[in-house]
Design a protein around this ligand. Sequence first.
Ligand SMILES: Nc1ncnc2c1ncn2[C@@H]1O[C@H](COP(=O)(O)OP(=O)(O)OP(=O)(O)O)[C@@H](O)[C@H]1O
Length: 233
Amino acid sequence: MLSVEELQAGYGHSQVLFDISFEVAKGECVTLMGRNGMGKTTSIKTIMGLVPARGGKVTISGHPMTGQPPERVARLGVGLVPEGRQIFSTLTVRENLVATAANRQKYADGWTLERVYELFPRMRERAEQNAGTLSGGEQQMLAIGRALMTNPWLLILDEATEGLAPVIRAEIWDVIGKLRAAGQSILLVDKNLAVLKRLADRHYIIEKGRSVWSGNGADLDRDYEQVQGYVGI
Ligand SMILES: Nc1ncnc2c1ncn2[C@@H]1O[C@H](COP(=O)(O)OP(=O)(O)OP(=O)(O)O)[C@@H](O)[C@H]1O
């Protein structure tokens, strides 16, 4: 499981994370919600070792991982679909998918090109096309497929549907629902309360670099107005 305790981080002189705590257990789908600029992406980057932690603790599958480099975090089976996708635009779709493929946990039913193509038939159609020529939604599908090809026990999606057309968003949420139903652990960073409420087991809210609320679906129903206030819709 992933456990984050009282995490602190920042950039230069500005501290951005003051006290972030949350957990994701195996098989869970958990959300990190909050308005723009509250520290969601910074939390993910700090967990991934892309931003140095200034305090607190990150533990992954029992290993103390605070401040460890990204490749060590990846080796422990954490796959990130970053904000802005960051696919290799001069490689083809297929090359993107195989470039970082790995099955470190030696899953018998690991992800293959074929399985990614089944999940995203459009990737099969565009297999030999340069990734830079894909639409935004297709690039997001590719970024998810690429992360799955590393066979992560935990898939982290940072603003997976940001800036996409509603029909493409729905397609991506649908895929995330399928992954969840298949037992994939998922951490979703997003603001889309209505969809997340349906998809996830538990939720955390971040406000100005602090974890300020957490709960399951029933808690969310009870505190809906308060949570809406935090998320800003
Ligand atoms: N590379 C950076 N250098 C300096 N400040 C940064 C950097 N990246 C983010 N920040 C600042 O840190 C704060 C938190 O940003 P962060 O991206 O973590 O928020 P967020 O909750 O993910 O919001 P968004 O939904 O807009 O991505 C913001 O004030 C932002 O301006």
